[in-house]
Design a protein around this ligand. Structure first.
Ligand SMILES: [Fe+2]
Ligand SMILES: [Fe+2]
Length: 278
């Protein structure tokens, strides 16, 4: 792949960097939170429904693949300061998510330190690989996956609100993570609009492929993956219907892509195997 700067005749990379600076400024002003100060750790519920603890452990484990998410994506980002700096900032925020969830699992007594270390050891023995091998594919995947991730946390928080006795610490933690995930989604959505402005047909073709092959990252690599996915379905946190109604439909609406246009592959549309944009 050619370095992105050599392919920037459309101004995409400079626009990407400007979006990143806006994202960063807004994050510094409105979104930064402290793991130690902003979660009421003294209000952790030691008797919360263990099924919710299991789901949280699944989410925490998915976030533990962060080193692979960084390492594997980096070659696609090289030579683009907007993409590199965004990914570095994104990595910091995702690291905080997994630490916060791990801290809650221990503080609540749902897991011991040793159990969490075991999970980390297991995670490090599997390698996560990129679901798409082009920068545009990873932007579109990121946009879709971050919205799906936001829904996982939001819906878990709703389950928590329905418990007879809640957990103010977990609720706050999930709320803070939700805001971050939504911001990640919004950033990738803005980048997607840059792609659409430059190559609408090619971008929609690439989005179609992302949606049709979509899976949450790393879930299939977890121990007892089938039971974990089943538990998430049974609690109505996430399933195929939610993906369609709360991810795909709103995404297309926000991007001003008609369902008809998304579904109908035009014979003369540009193929993503020969993308005009990185
Ligand atoms: Fe996250
Ligand atoms: Fe995220």
């Amino acid at each position: 792949m050619l370095p992105s700067r050599q392919l920037d005749s459309t101004g995409l990379e400079e626009a990407y960097y400007r979006l990143f600076r806006e994202f960063f400024d807004k994050a510094e002003k409105k979104r930064r939170w402290s793991l130690r100060e902003d979660i009421p750790w003294d209000q952790v519920n030691p008797n919360l429904n263990p099924a919710l603890g299991d789901v949280l452990e699944t989410f925490c484990t998915v976030e533990l693949y962060l080193p692979d998410y960084i390492d594997k994506a980096w070659p696609l980002l090289r030579h683009s300061r907007g993409r590199e700096w965004f990914h570095a900032n994104w990595g910091y925020e995702e690291a905080k998510h997994s630490m916060a969830m791990g801290d809650w699992l221990i503080a609540s007594g749902q897991r011991t330190e040793d159990q969490l270390r075991e999970v980390e050891t297991l995670v490090s023995s599997y390698e996560w690989n990129l679901p798409h091998d082009s920068p545009i594919g990873m932007v579109l995947y990121g946009m879709t996956q971050e919205l799906a991730t936001f829904l996982h946390y939001r819906n878990l928080n709703r389950c928590l609100a329905n418990e007879p006795v809640g957990d103010p610490a977990l609720s706050k933690l999930l709320t803070l993570i939700c805001v971050d995930e939504r911001a990640h989604h919004d950033f990738y959505k803005q980048v997607t609009k840059l792609y659409l402005e430059r190559d609408r047909g090619g971008t929609i073709e690439a989005l179609r492929r992302v949606v049709h092959t979509f899976a949450m990252p790393a879930v299939d690599m977890l121990a007892n993956s089938r039971q974990r996915v089943q538990a998430i379905r049974e609690l109505k946190i996430f399933d195929e219907d939610i993906f369609f109604t709360d991810v795909v439909r709103p995404l297309l609406a926000e991007l001003n892509i008609e369902w008809r246009e998304f579904r109908q592959r035009k014979p003369n549309s540009r193929s993503i195997s020969t993308p005009s944009l990185p």
